[in-house]
Design a protein around this ligand. Structure first.
Ligand SMILES: *Cc1c(COP(=O)(O)O)cnc(C)c1O
Length: 384
């Protein structure tokens, strides 16, 4: 199946809705039946027949089919946020008393799920340096049930050797989840590398317009069906049909958005890497990065995110630098059309981190304009 077939055709049965090119938004909570028999049949097969929108909604279903195909997965659930996707996937795989191995510093709310929330249910997590296979090997216990991966990883974009880790996990009967938000399914296909469940914050690259919060869980038909009947129907963290439709619209341009973000990011990384006011750039696709070969092996193209560290640690100069940027908006999140800067010094939980580290997302502006914007703002930092 080509990407364009997935994005333009898959799941769209236009004959069912007046041959409209763009599918309708089925803004209905409820679906009715003409016969008792049909109703009975639907109740027994809520996963495939629309009864109620907390279960299967036809608009959301078109989106789910497309995302499953993009990930090379048998099945997909679309939910109300990336946080919901992570929580449902993780909770499905665990029971009280189980042990989890997770990469150090996952996305902040994933960390809170594994510590604050799941510790309440006597689930323990060991956080390991994901760059080394041995870290996982050493952390395995008889009750380890899940290895949680995020490759690239939040903030410093370290990678894990996904194939090696899933092989190890399979040998020990341990399930794996990978948060694929930073790479997108166009850059990296974790299921092909042996991962059991792939999750995304669809708020980011997949939706890409900074106007919808959503998440996805992809995996085997069997596993996704279990999550549907369990966490999905119980917790009810669904996406609205309106937002599912916006996401279908957004996916039409996914390849050109990712490509532009990726190409511009590489130019901007090259600019920063040679800049006298920059101490270092954190990006696996830099030739000097020890994970460069792994990046080329397991990712089809570089992503449009990186972090960098300034030489100055003077907080007034750091503030002046951030506040004088015109195109880069200062904000959380990422993956939209607009470039962003996230100064890590705004987060109290990063108090142990140097104050001069910035996460950058590259959007769809002309790369020359972004380079000029950075250059202008560097000029407010005095040489010392
Ligand atoms: C944003 C983000 C999440 C959480 O997703 P929401 O859609 O904000 O709930 C999870 N993982 C990563 C890597 C993210 O960037």
């Amino acid at each position: 199946m080509t990407t364009s077939y997935i994005l333009n055709q898959l799941g769209e049965e236009r004959g069912n809705y007046f041959n409209a090119v763009s599918p309708p938004i089925i803004q209905s909570s409820n679906f009715c039946f003409d016969t008792v028999e049909a109703f009975q049949k639907a109740v027994l097969d809520e996963e495939n027949i629309s009864i109620y929108t907390r279960g299967k909604n036809p608009t959301t279903d078109i989106l789910a089919q497309k995302i499953a195909a993009l990930e090379g997965a048998e099945s997909c659930l679309v939910v109300g946020s990336g946080g919901t996707a992570v929580s449902m996937a993780v909770m499905n795989l665990l029971n009280a008393g189980d042990h989890v191995i997770c990469i150090q510093k996952p996305y902040s709310w994933t960390f809170k799920l594994l510590t604050i929330q799941l510790e309440k249910y006597k689930i323990e997590t060991t956080f390991v340096d994901g760059k080394y296979l041995e870290s996982f090997e050493k952390a395995i216990r008889p009750n380890t049930k899940l290895i949680y991966l995020e490759s690239p990883n939040s903030l410093f974009f370290d990678l894990q050797d996904v194939e090696a880790i899933t092989k190890l996990a399979k040998k020990h009967g341990i399930s794996t989840i990978l948060d694929n938000s930073y790479a997108s399914p166009l850059c990296q296909k974790p299921i092909e590398m042996g991962v059991d469940l792939v999750v995304h914050s669809a708020t980011k690259y997949l939706n890409g317009h900074s106007d919808v919060v959503a998440g996805v869980i992809c995996g085997s038909k069997k596993k996704i069906s279990e999550i549907f009947k369990g966490e999905f129907m119980t917790l009810g963290g669904i996406i609205s049909p309106q937002n599912a439709w916006l996401m279908i619209r957004s996916l039409r341009t996914l390849p050109i958005r990712i490509q532009k973000s990726s190409e511009s990011a590489q130019k901007i990384v090259a600019f920063l890497d040679n800049h006298p006011k920059v101490d270092q750039v954190f990006y696996p696709f830099l030739k000097s990065n020890p994970q460069y070969e792994l990046a080329k092996k397991q990712m089809k193209m570089p992503m449009g995110m990186f972090s960098f560290q300034l030489k100055t640690t003077d907080i007034n100069q750091i503030k002046a630098f951030c506040e004088s940027l015109e195109y880069f908006l200062m904000a959380v999140s990422w993956g939209g059309y607009e470039s962003l800067i996230l100064p890590t010094c705004v987060f109290p939980e990063e108090a142990n981190m140097p104050n001069n580290i910035f996460r950058i997302y590259i959007g769809l502006e002309e790369s020359e304009v972004l380079i000029q914007d950075l250059e202008n703002s560097f000029s407010v930092i005095s040489e010392r």
